[in-house]
Design a protein around this ligand. Structure first.
Ligand SMILES: CC(=O)N[C@H]1[C@@H](OP(=O)(O)OP(=O)(O)OC[C@H]2O[C@@H](n3ccc(=O)[nH]c3=O)[C@H](O)[C@@H]2O)O[C@H](CO)[C@@H](O)[C@@H]1O[C@H](C)C(=O)N[C@@H](C)C(=O)N[C@H](CCC(=O)O)C(=O)O
Ligand SMILES: Nc1ncnc2c1ncn2[C@@H]1O[C@H](COP(=O)(O)OP(=O)(O)OP(=O)(O)O)[C@@H](O)[C@H]1O
Ligand SMILES: N[C@H](CCC[C@H](N)C(=O)O)C(=O)O
Ligand SMILES: [Mg+2]
Length: 487
């Protein structure tokens, strides 16, 4: 039990009705989870408005209601608190309730269209290698030091973030690295967090369905930097046109990293092969296991972050050269002379980067076969663009399903097909079933060829009409490679 008044510390209140000293047992923002003694926070969502569940919450035993609009009839004995922004209030309340765990560790948030999971995972692995107890909140998984907590979102909801941070503090973690998705920033899932720093990787085409325009998408990312405290660092990729934009209104210490523009942290690619990258970072030459120019950016961003957190430059580079990166990001499976690469490229920019990396490291006359799809119920405008990039940068392409969700798979594929040049259609197949598509790519591949399977990376399911069917690109391609080689 905690007094409502204490939980509301630092929340902008508009009005209050009832006893502010009332003790509440927990904070809930979903009426279905309300129990006796809860405080229910009504948040307007994208599907429904949480305010319409206030009466349900009261029936289930809520003692207090936090909302933007007061209900027409008020119930006796209940405390009503009107706030300016319920979603923001939720984050601040959750932080107060769990005793502000983000102030007890060094928390760094990473935002950007691509590279967030890679960056936070590298930071997590690096800090573990350096002997720190560390936390991770990422698309692939959350970690409380060595304990894995499955991830449901790239950035969890505000309440779950605080619960996990609290557990991290209890476990003795000194650092936590988290992804801040643009959805999360706009929906105030980051409210109430004290950040030691924030990192901007890049911004390219994605999520225009949700944000409405590219400008709004940029604004969403910038909000993270606008809200940083003075004692934090704001580290941005100087080679991205929008890097400096992120720093325009921040109170934090602005810093840049880049391969092209001179910034605070610089690197040069000395060699880039299928086995790894050799970089020159601040006049030190180091080998890394990760592949591709985009990973040079990720590695440099990680190095800069670690140095800004006070770590020794030499030690950081030595440990960073050992780490492997995130699952499902340029995952190489080489069997029977064929190389399959499973990668989470689900945006035009990521797909282009991965294919250019493959083109850059190929050694001879081998073919590149790409299997790719686009998710349903998500930004439709990236579909033709991704199909076009796939056909332009591969010898053969199989367009297939990603997670169709509630859409008709063939309708998504037709939208992808519309982006392909008619002459390139001769080298393009459309196979709706992802397993069949992977099988066909394996059948078509000759020794030495490279198969890229893009879009799903680490995912272990395929979501079709509300059902998540087990599906793992890495497992399926292995199975097919073994199968084809027995015949
Ligand atoms: C579009 C979107 O982002 N939706 C997220 C959002 O839900 P919402 O605001 O749409 O919720 P809603 O269904 O309209 O409900 C509004 C409110 O009413 C409440 N409610 C609802 C029903 C009920 O019976 N009782 C009740 O109280 C809900 O708890 C909620 O508080 O807030 C929820 C809680 O935080 C999220 O679970 C939900 O994520 C959905 C499942 C989702 O798919 N989100 C994706 C798009 C997303 O967030 N992706 C990013 C990654 C993107 C990237 O960078 O690549 C991520 O961070 O994972
Ligand atoms: N710095 C980068 N710049 C461009 N592309 C990148 C970069 N890092 C990774 N990629 C590509 O983007 C894909 C996704 O990378 P990652 O999972 O790290 O991004 P993310 O930002 O976490 O994505 P999500 O928004 O889905 O959480 C990778 O599989 C790779 O193809
Ligand atoms: N974080 C991304 C994941 C997309 C992954 C892709 N496999 C899909 O399902 O569309 C999003 O929410 O848009
Ligand atoms: Mg991610």
């Amino acid at each position: 039990m905690k007094a409502l008044k204490d939980i509301l510390y630092k929340v902008s209140l508009t009005s209050t009705i009832g006893d502010m000293e009332v003790g509440v047992s927990d904070i809930v923002f979903d009426s279905r989870k309300v129990g006796s003694g809860s405080v229910f926070v009504a948040v307007a969502g994208t599907q429904v408005d949480g305010h319409s569940f206030i009466s349900t919450a009261l029936e289930k035993g809520a003692k207090a209601i936090v909302c933007e609009k007061l209900p027409e009839s008020l119930q006796e004995g209940i405390t009503y608190v009107q706030v300016l922004n319920s979603a923001k209030a939720l984050g601040i309340m959750a932080s107060n309730y769990y005793e502000n765990p983000s102030e007890k560790l060094k928390l760094v948030a990473v935002t950007g269209t691509n590279g967030k999971t890679t960056t936070v995972t590298l930071l997590y692995q690096l800090f573990i290698e350096m002997g720190y107890k560390t936390g991770l909140l990422s698309t692939v998984e959350n970690r409380i030091n060595d304990q894995v907590v499955p991830a449901t979102h790239t950035t969890p909801d505000a309440l779950s973030i605080q619960v996990m941070l609290k557990r991290m503090v209890e476990e003795g973690c000194t650092h936590c690295f988290m992804e801040a998705s643009s959805h999360a920033i706009v929906q105030e899932r980051m409210a109430g967090l004290h950040l030691a720093g924030a990192v901007f990787t890049n911004i390219t085409h994605d999520h225009l369905d949700y944000h409405g325009s590219f400008d709004e998408y940029i604004k969403a990312k910038k909000k993270l930097f606008d809200e940083l405290p003075k004692d934090a660092f704001a580290l941005v990729n100087a080679d991205d046109k929008r890097g400096p934009v992120m720093l325009q209104n921040t109170k934090a210490q602005g810093l840049t990293f880049g391969l092209k523009y001179p910034g605070d942290f610089k690197a040069k690619i000395l060699s880039n092969t299928i086995d790894g990258l050799e970089l020159d970072i601040n006049n030190r030459q180091i080998w890394f296991r990760l592949i591709g120019q985009f990973n040079a950016y990720n590695l440099l961003g990680v190095y800069a972050t670690a140095v800004l957190l006070g770590e020794d430059e030499e030690e950081v580079l030595m440990q960073l050269s050992k780490v492997e990166g995130a699952q499902g990001r340029f995952d190489k499976i080489s069997l029977y002379g064929i190389t399959a690469i499973v990668d989470y490229a689900h945006t035009p920019d990521a797909l282009e980067n991965v294919l250019k990396t493959i083109q850059g490291v190929r050694t001879g006359g081998e073919q590149v076969l790409t299997v790719v799809g686009c998710g349903g119920n998500r930004d439709r405008t990236k579909r033709p663009v991704m199909a076009k990039i796939a056909t332009q940068l591969s010898d053969k392409v199989i367009l297939t399903s990603d997670n169709p969700r509630d859409e008709e798979p063939m309708a998504i594929l037709r939208e992808m097909e519309a982006g392909v040049n008619p002459v390139d259609m001769k080298r393009t197949l459309i196979i709706e079933d992802r397993r069949e598509a992977i099988k066909t790519a394996v059948l078509m591949a000759k020794k030495g060829d490279i198969i890229l399977i893009a879009g799903k990376g680490h995912e272990t399911y395929q979501e079709i009409k509300g059902v998540k069917h087990p599906f793992d690109d890495r497992q399926v391609v292995r199975e097919m490679l073994h199968l084809m080689n027995k015949n």
